[in-house]
Design a protein around this ligand. Sequence first.
Ligand SMILES: [Zn+2]
Length: 321
Amino acid sequence: MIKPLCDNTSAQIGIEDEPMPELPEVETIARGLAKRVTGDIIESVWLGKKKEPLKSPAPEIAATLENSRIVAVRRIGKHIVFDLDRVASSPANGRAGRRRSKRDYASQRASSNAEAGASSTQAAQWIVHLGMTGRVQVCEPQTEVEKHTHAILRLSSGRELRFVDPRRFGRLSVAPAADFEATGVEPLEIDLDPFVTLFWGRNTPIKSALLNQKLLRGVGNIYADESLFRAGIRPRRRAATISREQLAKLHASVRQVLKEAIALGGSSISDYVDANGDEGFFQLQHRVYGREGEPCLVCKTPIKRVVIAGRSSHYCPKCQK
Ligand SMILES: [Zn+2]
């Protein structure tokens, strides 16, 4: 069963616990965007007047994005990264919103790849962090521009990429030298041994360690709680006191929870990036997160909630030790 993330009890548990896109949602969004805009060229950029969403200066964002080809879209941590190739001059075709077929793109891409060896294209990156309420839309230009739209990228396909964010915790930046690096390691890529050593000698609660972006990147509050439940570890346990065997369970459960959520998201990609799609994230049914007082799905004991480092943590006092 899946449950929309927006339909949540955030009002009761405080603003810092409002649902926000975590690694699986960002992965899903990046995949959806990759399908839609890879190969397209950013012809012009409009940026709104609000300063908060712009982490790089507006002129630098515009200069980096304009006349750049989107060669890939991928997730790094909780960031959506657009890999760009700066093209020397404006494309000959595709002006004035002329729409082209996928075949046109393919041939255009093929020819540009062939040229790539000779002409000098310069790699750059556009980095989007969605914050709490940020969304990236792929729309037809006639689609009404929503309130709280902070950036519009006009594409050579005639479509537009728009960044919408009512709460303005999201951030747009560029790396003109394509050198963006997120801290921490990818939870889906780390092997057991390095995973275990992440927690060596750490006297912080395991929950805080899981949320520490310098250790693992992209694990947020919800999936940390769900992973700890599956591994049978209480969120307050000191990281250093957890046995290798238990950490092995945690290593497996973190990956399992994230992969299941990504698989679920994959079936509703259009919901995330199409302007007229149903908004909201679809994800795993939570076993503990947001279920304070409700019976544990395994042993019926009421789920407990504690606050660790200012964030709500949910656990079963019987199943988790
Ligand atoms: Zn239980």
